[in-house]
Ligand binder design. Structure first.
Ligand code: ZN
Length: 482
């Protein structure tokens, strides 16, 4: 059977690996690059160089890669090889194992030189996952073991390139050129990227939880969103999964995307709320945070019957004495009416009907049991009131001071400790040591949406509740109610 023409016949593939001084491209540097080029079924050259990272190589990295400070002392710095690297790559497809890592570092090095770098990127982890979905692990060691690849010098650039190269050869022999070619073509297809954004923007956004921000012309903030997978959510925006006219208008005016990673979902939710309220993005639903909150208090009248009344000045230190939080008087009264109707409580004692003495209007209809004119026993009535309002009761902050809520990312690479006091997210730190020096002073603003989130996270069902670390009390912030 004749094989069809695929990308394998038309493109050059640059199998590339780098070594670095650490894990993150913003703070660490490249120490070695190795590339081998593949075209039409054979090797068509290779290029490698050590690079002086202009920073110390730690003993840990040295023991992992064997690349030490002495080895790179006389090597060129990236600026000296940048042009040659660009020339070597040409328009080849950038192939790497866990390509986001290598590609991110190369882009960062170019960015330090004030240059943009972009290429079509093929990740061999993704290729392996697509070709061999029956296996769970697709890291280099797993591939070497699974495909019986011959030994290479791991964690040196050319060694890892060699392993990737062998895997590619095995996959071609095993699955055939058509299958591999089509799989690569599928992997290289990108959702349409809004025209004013860099075409490789999705190569940079991490598949992790966090908050993303869309900016338009003149750097106007258009939208703030959160997700447990930033990459997926932003890609979904681009591919028109949110295909409303607003979404289309927003995509057309997009100029820049920014994001902040978080370790988990609670951190992302709280940061999103904070940014929507603080930054007022154009396309988010109007924030209603500025509105004053009302609540309900139960207070005994002269005869000892509990009355409900709307409270305008909520004391944030005794939230447990209040029932419900409402953004308007109307919302509060509507809640009271619902409770009165459902529980046959006296509307006059709930402040819904005027009048001083004698039976209320509902009494004559049989919908009030007579607290107004003393016909219902006071103990019984007060008990019915407390049961009726129970579910609305707010939670008083149960700790003496602030607490830290620990969120860890699934891969264990990131830890966020969310510092929370009186249901308000005050700060985020990343290490337990940072909690010791943390000064909590000044004022924080109570926010209804955050309150709901934090109550659910800290007071919800035991199996969903987040563990907390109690922090020493040292200058607590004032909590301001809206
Ligand atoms: Zn009544």
């Amino acid at each position: 059977m004749a094989e069809s023409t695929t990308i394998l016949d038309t493109a050059t593939f640059a199998f590339l690996d780098i070594e670095t001084t650490g894990g993150s491209s913003t703070s660490y540097r490249i120490t070695e690059i190795g590339v081998r080029f593949w075209r039409g079924g054979q090797a068509v050259g290779e290029w490698q160089t050590l690079i002086n990272p202009q920073t110390r190589i730690s003993p840990f990295i040295e023991s992992l890669t064997g690349i030490n400070n002495a080895l790179v002392a006389d090597a060129p710095v990236f600026a000296e090889v940048a042009d040659e690297f660009r020339r070597q790559l040409g328009d080849a497809i950038f192939v790497a194992h866990n390509a986001r890592f290598d590609y991110g570092f190369i882009k960062s090095e170019f960015r330090r030189l004030g240059q943009l770098f972009s290429a079509r990127v093929l990740c061999t982890v993704k290729l392996s996952r697509k070709l061999y979905p029956e296996f769970r692990r697709h890291n280099m060691d797993a591939l070497i073991a699974r495909h019986g690849l011959s030994p290479v010098q791991r964690h040196r650039a050319m060694g890892d390139v060699d392993a990737m190269w062998q895997f590619f050869g095995h996959a071609l022999a095993d699955k055939g050129r058509d299958c591999v070619g089509q799989t690569i073509a599928t992997l290289l297809q990108r959702p349409s990227i809004p025209s004013h954004l860099p075409p490789d923007i999705l190569e940079e956004i991490p598949p992790r939880p966090g908050v993303y921000r869309f900016y338009g012309e003149n750097d106007v903030l258009l939208y703030v969103g959160k997700s447990t997978n930033l990459l997926q959510r932003v890609a979904a925006h681009f591919s028109g999964d949110h295909n409303s006219s607003r979404g289309v208008r927003m995509s057309a005016s997009l100029r820049r995307v920014e994001w902040t990673e978080t370790a988990g979902e609670l951190g992302a939710l709280l940061l999103e709320l904070k940014q929507i309220k603080g930054l007022q993005p154009l396309f988010n639903r109007r924030s209603r945070a500025a509105k004053r909150l009302l609540s309900i208090e139960l207070v005994a009248d002269r005869r000892g019957y509990l009355q409900a009344r709307l409270a305008r000045d909520i004391d944030p230190s005794r939230l447990g004495d209040y029932y419900g939080l409402f953004r308007s008087k109307r919302d509060g009264e509507r809640a009271l009416q619902g409770i009165a109707g459902k529980n046959d409580l006296c509307p006059r004692l709930l402040g819904l009907e005027a009048g001083e003495a004698g039976p209320c209007f509902q009494r004559s209809l049989g919908r009030c049991k007579g607290a107004c004119n003393g016909e219902e026993d006071v103990v019984r009535y007060n008990l019915r009131m407390q049961i009726a309002f129970h579910n609305l009761r707010l939670a008083t902050w149960p700790w003496a001071g602030a607490v830290g809520v620990v969120e860890r990312s699934k891969d264990g690479e990131r830890t966020d400790i969310l510092v929370i006091y009186n249901w308000v997210h005050v700060a985020t730190v990343h290490r337990q040591e940072d909690l010791d020096g943390l000064a909590l002073a000044g004022a924080v603003h109570f926010d209804l949406d955050s309150y709901r989130l934090v109550v659910k996270a800290l007071m919800g069902p035991a199996d969903q509740r987040k563990p907390v670390i109690e922090l020493p009390i040292r200058g607590l912030p004032d909590v301001l109610m809206p």
